[in-house]
Design a protein around this ligand. Structure first.
Ligand SMILES: [Zn+2]
Length: 200
């Protein structure tokens, strides 16, 4: 199981500080079902849907999210490629991993289960809202689909402030494709020189 933490200083928006890998690579696919925790407020459910929509927009028909629904999700141990977006708290995130840095709050994390192609993303709804919540969900969905951290200016950069990407960039699309055996952004508007630089 890969554990990915999304954290950041209180005055700056979402930041993902560490990717701890247990030696396995997540299996990646193109077809997913997304389940949103009913504990999200109506507004936050909509932000989560918007996060999913940015990935759909970036990848078009290549990404088949056949369902986005609100409901209970227990991805671990269940079959299929399920991406679960859970409402959580900063306290829960910290206690789960005993990880803290002075002045830094945990915001979100993803557990990716390499055995059954499912992933659980937890978002600290007591710490973030609005655009930063949507940004965090979008970033974590990237992890849930197999992406790792990349250079500044990309959605998958671990630390995001107001200048960082809110939606998948050319680099993020290239990484998504490379994971699936294609060395292309599949987007004519992206520079041919686009490269993925991993940033841990
Ligand atoms: Zn991250």
């Amino acid at each position: 199981m890969d554990r990915t933490f999304l954290v950041g200083p209180s005055l700056i928006l979402a930041a993902c500080i560490a990717l701890i890998t247990t030696g396995c690579h997540a299996r990646t696919g193109n077809t997913y079902r997304v389940i949103i925790d009913p504990n999200f407020s109506a507004e936050n459910q909509e932000l989560a849907r918007s996060a999913v929509a940015t990935w759909r927009s970036a990848l078009g028909d290549e990404l088949n999210i056949w369902s986005v629904e609100v409901g209970e999700c227990h991805a671990s141990g269940s079959p299929g490629r399920e991406l679960c977006i859970h409402a959580s708290t900063g306290a829960w995130l910290t206690s789960q991993f005993s990880y803290n840095v002075p002045g830094v709050h945990d915001y979100a994390l993803t557990w990716r289960d390499v055995d059954n192609d499912s992933a659980d993303t937890y978002v600290a709804v007591d710490l973030i809202s609005g655009q930063s919540l949507q940004r965090s969900v979008t970033h974590e969905l990237g992890h849930a689909m197999g992406l790792q951290h990349t250079q500044p200016g990309t959605l998958m950069f671990w630390f995001m402030n107001a200048d960082e990407a809110l939606v998948p960039t050319c680099v993020d699309k290239l990484q998504w494709h490379q994971l699936r055996g294609m060395n292309t952004t599949d987007d004519s508007s992206c520079p041919a020189t686009t490269q993925v630089t991993y940033f841990h």
